[in-house]
Design a protein around this ligand. Structure first.
Ligand code: P6P
Length: 340
């Protein structure tokens, strides 16, 4: 049977459940097209003259890779003219990007990490683009949106998705009615529906965490990982496997595909107190995708999608994946809190 394309899927969603407005459908198709261009630039590697770092640093104080900046520009240019957005925000930009007055403005906000995992670019490991769509508040005064308009809890997201640039280039998307996956058909240049209903297994024996941070973790994380490492003879009664790609998109994609728990917890370092990953354009979109696929996503004790943001680039601890495993880690945090 002929597989559906992204356009067909979005048209059906628009007809079926009104889950997708015409504006959101255009938005997603434009972002998906921009991800094709990013994936093309990434795949050129050294041949494209885009590897390596720039002298500049981004708002996070991280050295920018050439591809970080190029990917950001691709997303900005692709989304400026369509009339579907009021503004954009990116990991690579300190402040929000308003749609220039020469273009019509829409009723949505787009947030993105244009190239997540960029420390892996030069070593040819899978990286990705993460995006989140919010409603743009309407101001009776007619004033432009501002940064505060972006500070909406993740539960209000209209859509979320990521592209993963790996052995296959894939687009994983939710518009609030489950999670679907598309594989890029490079010959036709189209996104083809290959995963109709992605579900995360509730149980797992695979954890993902950067073990080199162990001495900094809070007690419940140390206890949980210790119990995983104890295997069959330990309190969890089963042997665990470990994976850590250090590319959130790749680690989350694995978990969506075969289950697992991903952990980048806050820790006891001054730099780790709030966590490493960014709430608005990493944790929130990934949490919406994971929950829509039957998983769970917490910051240790709270559901990430319920967190009320107070800053555009704020960080948060992230524990997400197979529902039963995430619930176990949440219980370890509650036990620790009750003993304080
Ligand atoms: P570490 C990539 O830089 C990133 O933001 C996520 O994609 C990834 O999960 C994490 O940081 C890796 O961090 O400390 O293991 O290098």
């Amino acid at each position: 049977m002929k597989r559906k394309t992204l356009t067909q899927y979005l048209v059906e969603q628009q007809r079926k459940e009104q889950a997708v407005s015409a504006e959101v459908r255009l938005l997603i198709e434009i972002v998906a097209r921009a991800c094709k261009a990013i994936g093309h630039a990434v795949s050129k590697g050294a041949l494209g003259g885009v590897l390596g770092s720039l002298e500049s640093e981004n708002v996070q104080g991280e050295v920018q890779k050439k591809l970080d900046v190029l990917s950001n520009e691709i997303l900005l240019e692709a989304n400026e003219w369509g009339g579907h957005l009021a503004a954009m925000a990116s990991e690579e930009m300190e402040t929000i990007h308003l749609i220039p007055n020469r273009y019509p403005k829409g009723e949505h906000l787009l947030l993105f990490d244009p190239l997540d995992g960029s420390s892996n670019i030069d070593v040819n490991v899978s990286i990705g683009t993460i995006f989140s769509v919010l409603h743009a508040p309407h101001h009776a005064s007619g004033r432009e949106v501002d940064e505060d308009d972006f500070l909406q809890a993740g539960a209000t997201q209209v859509a979320a998705g990521y592209a993963v640039y790996g052995p296959q280039t894939m687009l994983v998307l939710t518009v609030g009615s489950g999670v679907v996956g598309f594989t890029l058909d490079r010959e036709m240049g189209s996104w083809v529906l290959t995963e109709e209903d992605i579900r995360i297994p509730e149980e797992t024996t695979e954890f993902a965490i950067n073990m080199s941070n162990m001495r900094h973790w809070e007690p419940p994380v140390k206890r949980y990982i210790g119990d995983c490492l104890a295997g069959k003879t330990g309190p969890l009664g089963k042997d665990y496997n470990m994976r850590w790609i250090a590319s959130m998109v790749a680690d989350v994609h694995r978990i969506l595909t075969r289950g697992g728990i991903f952990m980048y917890p806050r820790d006891e370092r001054p730099s780790g107190k709030a966590g490493k990953l960014r709430l608005m354009y990493e944790a929130n979109p990934m949490s919406m995708i994971v929950e829509q696929a039957g998983g769970a996503a917490i910051d240790g004790t709270h559901r990430i999608l319920d967190v009320q943001p107070n800053a555009l680039h704020q960080r948060i601890g992230v524990i997400l994946g197979s529902k039963q495993e995430v619930e176990r880690v949440r219980q370890y945090h509650l036990d620790a809190a009750s003993q304080e």
